[in-house]
Write a protein that binds this ligand. Structure first.
Ligand SMILES: Nc1ncnc2c1ncn2[C@@H]1O[C@H](COP(=O)(O)OP(=O)(O)OP(=O)(O)O)[C@@H](O)[C@H]1O
Ligand SMILES: [Mg+2]
Length: 231
């Protein structure tokens, strides 16, 4: 299989919530390994697009293809398995399990994908070291700063070697300097592991870390440009 097989495509995506047209027909091709930023006003449909592309939501109509394979029609259980195996997620905050130390949080998706606890914890410790968090491995999320917790979330998103990492406002709860540090880590770790990155943000400087910017207005793509990317 060529790496091209991991590219993600949305075709004629429509998502209605009652009479709210959150997505009104979106066509998007995301090449494998690309870092893509999605921007747009509040309520324009950014999170809905991310949730449809990642299989968290089923579109009202339209198709999602991963590596050329239509995955939108899969039953819920197969879609969950697909998410676990091929996708990583970083959200604004509150995504770590508060009762678990950092390394167990990172190991969780690996254990859910059938790795033994020992293998999973060892891989998690490696990732935490790579992200400069070796001293935090045994700390719970409540005992870490916001920036440290987001780095743990990045480690968790990447630990299972996903094809695509989806991030929704990953720096939204951080001060600007910490946010940019987190964004730099997110883009460089994705690039190093060859993962495609789709990141929703309100911050143009966060978007500047990506090589492509898609702007959403009223559930449609309003602009789509190559940005050069700061990474
Ligand atoms: N579960 C839902 N039920 C009903 N309406 C929803 C639901 N999720 C989103 N919407 C509506 O769909 C539209 C798009 O919402 P979405 O969350 O995608 O916006 P967004 O661009 O991510 O906004 P923000 O920048 O504020 O996060 C909005 O009008 C929102 O109210
Ligand atoms: Mg949103």
């Amino acid at each position: 299989m060529s790496t091209d097989n991991r590219a993600l495509t949305g075709r004629a995506l429509v998502k209605n919530f009652g009479n709210v047209h959150a997505l009104a027909g979106v066509d998007i091709d995301i090449p494998s390994g690309q870092a893509l930023a999605i921007m747009g006003p509040s309520g324009s449909g950014k999170s809905t697009l991310l949730h449809c592309l990642s299989g968290i939501l089923t579109p009202t109509s339209g198709e999602i293809c991963l590596g050329g394979k239509n995955v939108s029609g899969l039953p819920d259980k197969s879609r969950s398995r697909l998410r676990l195996k091929h996708f990583g997620f970083v959200f604004q905050d509150g995504q770590l399990v508060p009762e678990l130390p950092a390394n167990e949080n990172v190991a969780l998706p690996l254990m859910l994908s059938d790795a033994s606890r020992r293998t999973a914890i060892s891989a998690a410790d490696d990732w935490l070291r790579r992200l400069g968090l070796e001293d935090e491995a045994n700390r719970r999320p409540g005992e870490m700063s916001g920036g440290q917790a987001q780095r743990v979330a990045i480690a968790r998103a990447l630990a299972a070697s996903p094809a695509v990492v989806f991030a929704d406002e990953p720096t939204g709860a951080l001060d600007q300097a910490t946010g940019h540090e987190v964004m730099q880590l997110l883009t460089t770790t994705c690039r190093m592991s060859g993962a495609t990155l789709v990141v929703v943000t309100h911050d143009p400087q966060v978007a500047a870390w990506c090589e492509r910017l898609v702007e959403i207005r009223d559930g449609r793509i309003h602009a789509d440009s190559k940005t050069g990317g700061a990474r």
